[in-house]
Design a protein around this ligand. Structure first.
Ligand code: NDP
Length: 322
């Protein structure tokens, strides 16, 4: 019987994993989803106590200080220190507990700023990251270094996945913290339902931050959860693997706003505010390695996934993180 501990089990990806596991009902795996209330993983003793309690044989390590462009820009030191501590505590405690496998989470936004495209798994360490999120990026890059070091010294199967931008139910909608999709969903909800109550909706204007031109790949959290479970069960290399939609599925930030407007049936106008930062223009990632192993995997259609995410937000407005 495998005992799988999910750190960060209460977040966007953790909740998606829980949902997929609920559907799959695996007979030979028991899953435990831990949030920060179970243990503050910045604290080594608390991390050890969590592992002593759960006794995992496998770990999916998601817990991290996570945030969008503006949150990162203002808090690089905290992103660096908190994530370094969390990652070191989880990996070393997994080692002490003789865990068979650990799958940790990197991100496509930690890749070098100046690079050729598409980016792939071999390029993680090839140059400095974008200055906006260097704290988060260097802490994440070190997970890959640690995985190799544990493998070299002890032969451990500690590996990592590199998701592109993620969205879905249970996202973080807090304005100061949120990523682009949950940020827009909350702002559009407010514009339609709260702001300027006397104005007809058709006269309301939704502001897209920046030029709307940057390109991004977005993966639906439920798709990512399925792929991460596949990695846990079937992927046996220490080298990271990109978990992203295909390159042709890249969309502009403006197209994201259009999809969200469609899901809300918003009747007003979309306008770009070019005085706001754009961040990296693009960070197109290649999922060729994933495709070589899982050629037939079908990702949920972007508009459909956005619609489900907006519906979740509206139905769970009171308990959503905002
Ligand atoms: P969320 O912000 O939704 O969730 C973060 C999770 O980490 C929560 O369960 C939170 O617990 C937990 N956590 C945070 N700090 C601590 C701590 N000190 N001790 C214990 N637990 C802690 O993140 P996501 O689900 O979006 O991200 C999951 C992983 O995916 C992360 O490693 C992230 O870096 C990575 N990633 C995310 C992307 C995205 O677009 N969201 C893109 C690419 C990678 P609680 O809520 O209980 O406080």
């Amino acid at each position: 019987m495998k005992k799988v501990l999910v750190t960060g089990g209460t977040g966007l990806v953790g909740k998606a994993l829980e949902e997929v596991i609920k559907q799959q009902q695996p007979k030979d795996e028991e899953w435990y989803f831990a949030g920060s209330k179970d243990a503050d993983l910045k604290d080594l003793m608390a991390t050890q106590a969590l592992f002593d309690k759960v006794k995992p044989t496998h770990v999916i390590h998601l817990a991290a200080m996570v945030g969008g462009l503006f949150h990162n820009m203002n808090n690089n030191l905290d992103f660096l220190r908190h994530n370094l501590l969390i990652n070191d505590h989880v990996l070393q405690t997994a080692h002490k507990h003789k865990c068979t496998k650990v799958v940790s989470c990197l991100s496509t936004c930690i890749f070098p700023d100046k690079t050729t495209y598409p980016i792939d798994e071999t390029m993680v360490h090839n140059g400095p990251p974008h200055p906006s999120n260097y704290g988060y990026s260097y802490a994440k890059r070190l997970i890959d270094i640690q995985n190799h070091a544990y493998h070299d010294k002890y032969g451990h199967s500690f590996t990592s996945v590199i998701p592109c931008n993620i969205f879905g139910p249970h996202d973080n909608y807090q304005p100061e913290v949120s990523h682009v999709i949950p940020g827009m969903i909350y702002r559009m909800h407010k514009l339609i339902n709260e702001d300027e109550p006397d104005k007809p909706e058709s006269e309301k204007v939704f502001t897209v931050y920046g030029s709307g031109k940057p390109l991004r790949q977005f993966i639906y959290s439920l798709d990512l959860a399925e792929l991460m479970i596949w990695v846990l069960r079937n992927y046996d290399s220490v080298e990271p693997i990109v978990l992203s939609v295909d390159e042709q599925q890249e969309v502009t930030i403006y197209e994201v706003a259009e999809a969200i407007a469609k899901a809300f049936d918003f009747k007003g106008k979309l306008v770009c505010d070019v005085s706001k930062a754009d961040g990296q223009y693009k960070k197109t990632a290649s999922n060729a390695k994933l495709r070589s192993l899982l050629p037939d995997y079908t990702f949920t259609e972007f508009d459909k996934a956005i619609k489900s995410s907006v519906e979740w937000f509206r139905s769970n407005f009171d308990q959503a993180r905002k």
